[in-house]
Design a protein around this ligand. Sequence first.
Ligand code: ADP
Length: 396
Amino acid sequence: MKVLVINCGSSSLKYQLIDSDTEAVLAKGLCERIGIDGRLVYQKAGCDKEITDAPMPTHKEGIQLVLDALTNEKTGAIKELSEVEAIGHRVVHGGEEFASSAVITDEMIAAVEACNELAPLHNPANLIGIRVCADLMPGVPQVGVFDTAFHQTMPKKAFLYGLPIEYYKNYKVRRYGFHGTSHSFVSKRAVEFLGLDKENSKVIVCHLGNGSSISAVVNGKCVDTTMGLTPLEGVVMGTRSGNIDPAIMEYVAKKEGLDLAGITNVLNKKSGLQGLSGVSSDMRDLEAAAAAGNEDAKNAVEVLCYSIAKFVGGYVAAMNGVDAIVFTAGIGENDGFVRETVCSYLGYLGIEIDKDANGKRGEEVVISTPDSKVKAVVIPTNEELAICRDTVALVK
Ligand code: ADP
């Protein structure tokens, strides 16, 4: 079955066409600058990227251009649009309504809309993608795959904040967690790859990218995760602060003459590695700057590794043990220094790093030594494939 996977943002849209039988990506790309001017990036498997500037006043023109590119006589990946048998959409927030992926119906859309307030930047954009696809490809079944769903198994003690309980009861203020599609995919694959017992396994997944989150997974079920009501909480990220003393907000707001929205903007866009280093939010830039002697960049990398190690240690306690620590996403898959530094805090668990294995990049690899008690492993994430698999499972 050919599945179109769509990840629709407010001014951009990523897509992949996947053959679910072989799990091969037939074509992929993105629409950028929707509502501004418009650019289509399209790449058929085995071919070079094609970049076309084309007007995209709304997502509708963008998706139409994607469909035209996919069926283009010369460079298309399919002959007819009817070959696309299902569409899988990333949906950021499913609130407490969705503990798993769901076929898109009118009722489902209404339930997602009810969660819009919790993800005002993301959910409305995700819904636009769903509506445009329904318009342009009527009759093709669509599935929503939620970033929050995997974390719905967290117990109350993990998802409640120490706030007046009415905030949870009246406003649904609680930990939801994000990157769930990645945490689910990577934790399952780690259990398979390491030959762990599915029904008796304790895994910590470190999804370290521009946005980062860590989760604790017992027997395939998430028991805790670092992101919260929003993706701002947890470890230090590219531009997001992660955990801070909440009282800092009022203190700095007064000093800097900022209102609540201004402070929240700083915490989301000007903090984290970017804020600490004053150099960049990108680990590659930071490590280059640190190597060239920039102290702030060096400190930023140290704060990141220390912050990850503290969460991992906390989750070992939460699960009363751990079988494997799994690294994934841009930094987790590529940055051997971060992996080694994080693991150097975890020697008490009996983790020893194999330097040669840790030098590999972007592949599934055990980076701990054979006699290491707890395994450390790299598993590349693949959220699009996870969305494709869920879509097929629901529409077949
Ligand atoms: P997103 O959250 O946007 O999906 P990614 O998972 O692509 O992010 O991760 C982006 C991060 O991965 C950036 O900080 C980038 O510097 C880092 N990264 C990518 N390649 C490397 C590399 N070779 N070495 C170190 N860091 C890398």
